[in-house]
Design a protein around this ligand. Structure first.
Ligand code: SF4
Ligand code: SF4
Length: 72
């Protein structure tokens, strides 16, 4: 699952450019900081490659594996 923490996002779109699929696109609305954050277009397109997480300079996007084994 793709998690975007818009509080930290500065709208640089690096995550969108590095996403090999079509899971992300630029939001049409600004976030609380006035930036166009990414939004998830299609969760099913995400391969959990974590390129977005790796390249985001602000740790604003990350991938959470299925919560089955998570401890809450
Ligand atoms: S984990 Fe990979 S496929 Fe999924 S949104 Fe991030 S870059 Fe795109
Ligand atoms: S790379 Fe990070 S800061 Fe840049 S748009 Fe994506 S989530 Fe926001």
């Amino acid at each position: 699952m793709i998690i975007i923490d818009e509080r930290y996002c500065k709208g640089c779109s690096i995550c969108i450019h590095f996403c090999p699929g079509k899971a992300l696109e630029v939001s049409k609305e600004v976030n609380s900081r006035g930036f166009y954050a990414p939004k998830v277009v299609d969760q099913a397109e995400c391969t959990s490659c974590k390129q977005c997480e790796l390249y985001c300079p602000d740790f604003a996007i990350f991938i959470v594996e299925d919560a089955e084994s998570a401890d809450g």
